[in-house]
Design a protein around this ligand. Structure first.
Ligand SMILES: Cc1cc2nc3c(=O)[nH]c(=O)nc-3n(C[C@H](O)[C@H](O)[C@H](O)COP(=O)(O)OP(=O)(O)OC[C@H]3O[C@@H](n4cnc5c(N)ncnc54)[C@H](O)[C@@H]3O)c2cc1C
Length: 471
């Protein structure tokens, strides 16, 4: 074996977390190696997650707009619609992303190496290429960002043809007539609402009484209503006793009460598990939790000071946005650069239809922390922009302290929620007052006006509280 190549930083995994870690290291003038086992770069985000699902979502929204304009144009979807037709833009999007990312890595002088990496000890990585060649690399700092894959529960026979997971779902040839989705988390809910809008009869099943347990209940209720308006259903508080393919045309899902849900296809979306098995973490002395995740501190340091873990392999939320921030943050910490406190205000964006977003405290957590917080509401139907777009179902909730002075959080459901939330994020980061939303002039017509309406709602409640106290 030849002598190991020496780098300042080795990053394992070229998903969003690893890429940003590598770029941050190179920008600080360090010698960086980025090791990726696949041919393409971008991770599950680009090939099996965010980008494919959002491309399908965009097609669903465009088709829905056309359908709604049905009085002007005669439009209906062909039966046995090819999924590939609905994903026709995917290849372009992935290629554009790949070439942009490759250029960025090249421009920054990062050594992109293709192979499967594992630790030999806490400073040495061995990389095995597809042709079986082995190469050793050493570095002072190692960042692990090997991501995650769908969790496959033993009791559900995922065959990737009739019973699929989020990696195989979009390999279906045709749009099915019916789809059972198991799991009311982000991936299950996003796909349920996309397929429902495409005219598929979706049954979304979960153990909990309502999906997306970590989101504000009012927002989730609007999502469930939207699903039902498309002719689909949410079945909560359900235990699944058996799932089987009938060898003919249906997947049969038996529930605890004996009900059998029949559908052409099934999506199993019961969480993700970190890709840690082949990393040889024990050789480096890195601790793994009972849940199969790598425990890290706020700077993404593992129990071994110079080894960092970022993205989906550490605890949630499993989002590309969080993964990128952690990649940057880990390397900045390793290089003694200021890390900032952005990690305390990472927004949540959920691309269900309608979409949802959240930043800071929601109503429930604000009630737990402050006895009587104030909640301002603005319905989208109150702003001209939503009426013009025909997207008047939506709600922005602004959460403020009991004096109605300090902004604590913002939750939004409806068109553009994932964009709108960034206004709230900036306001939170700069400790803006509720009043500052009223002092500002918003473009007309915009969805951003809902911030003003919600702020006025809060100030109205403040005035009432004061009047009641004075009386
Ligand atoms: C259906 C779906 C929809 C999603 N939608 C969104 C969304 O809308 N917004 C959002 O923010 N997030 C979304 N996500 C989540 C997002 O995709 C992940 O959070 C993100 O990809 C995590 O990035 P990562 O870098 O940690 O891991 P990954 O993207 O999984 O990348 C890890 C990389 O490591 C490589 N690797 C693994 N092991 C090794 C090894 N031993 N040696 C070398 N390389 C290795 C893998 O090949 C891979 O390229 C979605 C996910 C799914 C599944």
């Amino acid at each position: 074996m030849s002598t190991p190549s020496t780098y300042d930083i080795i990053v394992i995994g070229a998903g969003p977390a690893g890429q940003k870690a590598a770029v941050q290291g190179a920008k600080a003038g360090k010698r960086v190696a980025l090791i990726e086992r696949e041919r393409g770069i971008g991770g599950s985000c680009v090939y099996r997650g965010t980008i494919p699902s959002k491309t399908l979502r965009e097609s669903a929204l465009q088709l829905d707009r056309l359908k709604r304009a049905g009085e002007v144009f005669q439009f209906s979807l062909k039966p046995d619609m090819h999924i590939a037709t609905l994903l026709s833009r995917l290849e372009q999007v992935v290629q554009a992303h790949d070439s942009f990312m490759s250029q960025q890595l090249r421009r920054n002088g990062i050594s992109l190496l293709h192979g499967r990496a594992h630790f030999l000890n806490d400073h040495t990585i061995e990389m095995q290429t597809v042709d079986g060649a082995q190469q050793q690399l050493t570095a002072g700092t190692i960042v692990v960002g090997t991501g995650s894959r769908p969790r496959s529960p033993q009791e559900i026979p995922v065959d990737h043809e009739h019973i699929l997971d989020s990696d195989s779902l979009l390999s279906m040839m045709y749009l099915p007539q019916s789809l059972t989705v198991i799991g009311g988390g982000v991936i299950g809910c996003e796909y349920a609402s996309i397929f429902a809008l495409l005219g598929v009869e979706v049954t979304l099943i979960d153990r909990a009484p309502y999906p997306l347990q970590f989101m504000d209940r009012e927002l989730v209720d609007q999502f469930v209503q939207g699903l039902e308006q498309c002719g689909s259903h949410y079945r909560g508080e359900c235990q699944i006793t058996q799932v089987r393919w009938d060898q003919v045309a249906h997947v049969l899902t038996t529930l605890h009460d004996g009900t059998v849900v029949k559908s052409e296809k099934m999506l199993v979306a019961l969480g993700r598990q970190a890709n840690i098995e082949d990393l040889g973490l024990e050789a480096a002395g890195v601790t793994v939790s009972d849940k199969g995740l790598i425990p890290v501190n706020q700077y993404c340091q593992t129990n071994i000071e110079h080894i960092y873990a970022v993205g989906d392999m550490v605890s949630g939320p499993a989002l590309a946005s969080k993964a990128m921030e952690q990649g940057r943050r880990a390397v900045r910490h390793a290089l003694n650069l200021p890390v900032g406190d952005a990690a305390s205000t990472i927004p949540l964006g959920i691309y269900t239809i309608p979409e949802m977003a959240s930043i800071g405290l929601d109503e429930k957590s604000a009630r737990e922390r402050y006895k009587d917080p104030l909640i301002g509401r603005a319905k989208f139907e109150e702003v001209a922009r939503a009426q013009i777009s025909g997207a008047s179902h939506g709600l922005l909730k602004m959460v403020a302290d009991p004096d109605g002075d300090r902004l604590l959080g913002v939750q939004i459901v409806g068109d553009s929620a994932t964009e709108l939330v960034h206004l709230g994020q900036l306001a939170l980061q700069s400790s803006a007052t509720v009043e500052s939303f009223i002092d500002n002039v918003f473009n007309f017509p915009t969805y951003a006006e809902t911030y003003r309406i919600a702020a006025l709602d809060i100030l109205g409640q403040v005035a009432k509280r004061r009047a009641a106290k004075a009386a």
